[in-house]
Write a protein of this length. Structure first.
Length: 332
């Protein structure tokens, strides 16, 4: 039997051949093993390698299935392209997030094309997405960090750069990092730094985005957003967010349930892009899971921040129910 080492240059070619025999010729693994001169377990590893590296992309074209119907209803109600991930009420929020992140990574690869500028907002959700991203060679693609990651106890560079690196490696893209604090101590410092040429260069790249990828932060989420747990906010900041009725954030820019963000003091110190910058991006992909982020998701819709969304089934059904109840109450 021929053994294929992990660093053998023939591995990709063998994986493609095995995948073609398995998926296109309907041969079982034993038959493929006989043809390729290897064990059934070696064939299984080759097929796993083919899926993990993007040599094989499996798409399920379901008829009117359970989640398909929910996705269609969700898309009609909220005017977005929706991908609903099957989940159950018994699943933990961490497991839901893992499933949603995996689906988002696969969906992103199908959406992206050459000549793309992809803006990425770091955070717990996008970190999960980055771990599942499938390699796809994209010409002339760049990735730009949307908000700084530094805080009083850490530069945040290791955390944010690792997320960006995973996407850049998968898509053969160059990266524009944004080495500034997530929140400035003094809004005047932000104003001054925004006039520096090194900072303006990154801000100019953000203006060219044609795809933005982000999760939604929420102060009371069951799976806490990194910005709320990573030492970025002081007790006075949390009190301010409560008094200003904040329900969520995108790239550390906060908004209320009605989508408004005017007068939220913390936004004056945030390094994230104004919500108008996000709204100007042609494709705005939101990844969100967990029913505790329902209000944050509704606020993001009210703010006009989302064109595409990947979410879990439980959250999707809850939002549809709440939207139905809202229309009934107002006589819509």
């Amino acid at each position: 039997m021929e053994r294929v080492a992990a660093d053998d240059p023939k591995r990709s070619a063998l994986a493609v051949r095995a995948a073609h025999l398995y998926y296109m010729q309907d041969l079982d693994m034993a038959a493929i093993g006989r043809e390729l001169g290897m064990s059934r377990s070696s064939v299984s590893r080759l097929l796993s390698f083919a899926r993990a590296t993007g040599l094989v992309d499996i798409t399920i074209h379901a008829p009117a299935g359970r989640t398909g119907e929910v996705a269609d209803e969700f898309g009609r109600r909220f005017g977005v392209n929706a991908s609903v991930v099957p989940t159950t009420a018994q699943m933990s929020d961490a497991d839901r997030l893992e499933r949603v992140g995996q689906e988002a990574a696969r969906s992103l690869g199908r959406m992206l094309e050459a000549n793309t500028t992809l803006g990425i907002a770091w955070g717990a959700t996008i970190s999960v997405v980055s771990r599942h991203v499938v390699p796809k060679e994209l010409w002339n693609t760049q990735i730009v960090q949307l908000n700084g990651a530094g805080n009083p106890t850490s530069s945040g560079i290791d955390y944010a750069s690792e997320i960006l690196r995973r996407f850049a490696t998968a898509y053969s893209a160059r990266v524009e990092q944004f080495p500034v604090p997530a929140f400035f101590d003094d809004p005047n410092t932000k104003v001054a730094l925004w006039h520096e040429r090194s900072t303006k260069r990154v801000l100019d790249v953000q203006q060219t985005m044609n795809v933005a990828l982000f999760g939604l932060g929420a102060p009371d989420a069951d799976v806490p957003s990194h910005v709320y747990t990573g030492g970025y906010l002081e007790p006075a900041d949390f009190a301010s967010l409560r008094s200003e009725r904040v329900v969520g954030d995108v790239a550390t820019v906060f908004y209320r349930h009605d989508g408004s963000d005017a007068g939220i003091e913390l936004n004056k110190r945030s390094s994230g892009p104004d919500l108008d910058v996000i709204r100007a991006v042609p494709r705005r992909i939101c990844v969100v899971s967990g029913e505790s982020k329902a209000a944050a998701t509704e606020g993001a819709f009210a703010a006009g921040l989302i064109t595409d969304i990947v979410l879990d089934e439980n959250l999707a059904r809850l939002l549809i129910h709440r939207d139905t109840t809202h229309h009934v109450r107002r006589g819509g």
